[in-house]
Ligand binder design. Structure first.
Ligand SMILES: Cc1cc2nc3c(=O)[nH]c(=O)nc-3n(C[C@H](O)[C@H](O)[C@H](O)COP(=O)(O)O)c2cc1C
Length: 426
């Protein structure tokens, strides 16, 4: 039986991309047509019932986020689509932006309708500038067909338009408050929370921020209904996931799978990652991006869903699956992780700005055979301090991979103290 499904990528592989007519011939805009005849509370209830958890990394329940915003007074409200996709090993959002932009636009439009918003923004990472023209064309076609602009579908006061904003290549700008600062033309640094962005968001107004894949789920939920949608997924986490397989994966590609697929299948099934390209055993899998944990073989037999993974100290994050074979030195790999965070730290807070540098420096000692057991303690304490005291999710999550490595493979660090690593000490 196939391990992949096409719940939300059903129209991705069609060739039309930007044509509203073709999109409509594949059930496109059905959801919006249905939504405008529904009570707004009922729309939100269907999103709640779908058990869709946000696909941007934090897995916050989308329906609850929408309900919270709905209870906030004040207009205008803004709709923001997070298309920053900065997490290494993640290439799922660009799939929709490039090959099915109208499904993202429809998801944003439904949110616009629910919250009586007039303006939406899609913040696309600067490195994806090749996708801008296609997305603009989809917006233009939607406008010409009466799906954007004033009095959409003839409904008085249903006015909604979407602006494209280009990022400039900073990972931290994917963090939702930083992203709003960046749209406002301020430096890409996070805001203190609370207040929540639903209360004080873009230009000080109540704001919804959802990820591209999250928005792409909305038309499916409202077109087919939450029960149909939940025929896929687990009790507590509905629908499908787009996973991105890379690193030493034999098959480097994306795939749509039901939430709750066994992680072993993701790693070894020929339709998914298919094991390693080198034929060597899998040593670990880095899940959910650089800010995610490492999973080791004894943990692979597990349901890949948000709730089960969390209990095991793992997380889906952005759906990145980076496979490392046994030629990879753990210490060396973690140094690369911290190099990334040193580069991407915005410098606003000490724990992140200094912590990442210190982590790297200590790991470097280990790879030179100069590390000690005391250094291991310092690594653990520093990781705790970063998690607890960093200003935003970047610094808080930077030590996640290291912590999982120390929990499950401390012996590999100890081996470096004895200069007993065949990769570092030849
Ligand atoms: C450092 C950092 C980078 C992030 N980058 C992204 C990103 O590129 N895309 C994204 O959708 N969410 C990103 N997030 C998560 C967002 O802050 C936010 O949770 C998400 O956009 C909410 O959408 P969702 O509820 O649909 O998942 C990032 C978070 C942090 C801390």
């Amino acid at each position: 039986m196939s391990k992949t499904i096409k719940l939300i990528t059903g129209t991705v592989d069609k060739s039309y991309k930007h044509s509203v007519e073709d999109y409509k011939s594949n059930r496109g805009f059905n959801a919006l047509h249905r939504a405008i005849n529904m009570d707004k509370e009922d729309i939100i209830q269907e999103v709640i019932d779908s058990k869709l958890l946000g696909r941007g990394g934090a897995a916050f329940p989308t329906g609850l986020k929408w309900k919270y915003l709905n209870n906030i007074e004040g207009e205008p409200k803004y709709i923001v689509c997070n298309a920053d996709e900065g997490e290494p090993g993640t290439f799922k959002d660009r799939l929709f932006m490039k090959r099915d932009p109208l499904i993202v636009i429809e998801g944003m439009l439904i949110a616009g309708y629910v919250f009586n918003s007039k303006e939406g923004y899609i913040y696309i990472r600067g490195e994806y500038r090749g996708l801008f023209e296609g997305f603009k064309l989809a917006l233009k076609n939607a406008k010409q067909a009466g799906y954007l602009g004033k009095n959409i579908l003839g409904i008085e006061e249903f006015d909604f338009d979407i602006k494209i904003i280009s990022g400039a290549g900073a990972y931290v700008c994917g963090e939702n408050s930083t992203l709003l600062n960046s749209i406002e033309g301020q430096a890409g640094r996070p805001r203190v929370k609370p207040p929540r962005l639903a209360e004080v968001g873009l230009f000080g107004q109540p704001t919804l921020v959802n990820n591209v894949e999250t928005f792409a789920n909305i038309p499916i939920i409202l077109d087919r209904g939450p029960e149909y949608y939940r025929s896929v997924g687990t009790e507590e986490s509905g629908g499908s996931l787009i996973i991105c397989m890379s690193g030493h994966a034999k098959n480097k590609h994306y795939a749509e799978i039901p939430v709750g697929t066994n992680l072993k299948d993701i790693i070894y099934d020929e339709e998914l990652a298919g094991g390693t390209s080198t034929g060597r055993p899998v040593k670990f899998v880095h899940i959910g991006g650089q800010s995610g944990p490492l999973a080791f073989p004894e943990q692979f037999d597990i349901s890949f869903d948000h709730i089960t993974l969390k209990k095991e100290g793992l997380a889906i994050g952005t759906g990145a699956i980076v496979i490392a074979d046994d030629s990879v030195c753990l210490v060396d790999y973690l140094k690369k992780v911290f190099e990334f965070f040193i580069h991407e730290s915005c410098g606003k807070c000490n724990p992140c700005r200094e912590g990442n540098q210190q982590m790297y420096a200590i790991l470097d000692k280990f790879s030179k055979g100069e590390g000690s057991e005391k250094d291991l303690e310092i690594l653990k304490n520093l990781a705790y301090a970063m998690e607890q005291a960093s200003f935003c999710g970047l610094g808080q999550a930077a030590p996640t991979a290291l912590m999982s490595a120390l929990k499950h493979r401390e012996e590999e660090f100890l081996a470096h103290i004895d200069k007993n690593c065949s990769k570092c000490f030849k």
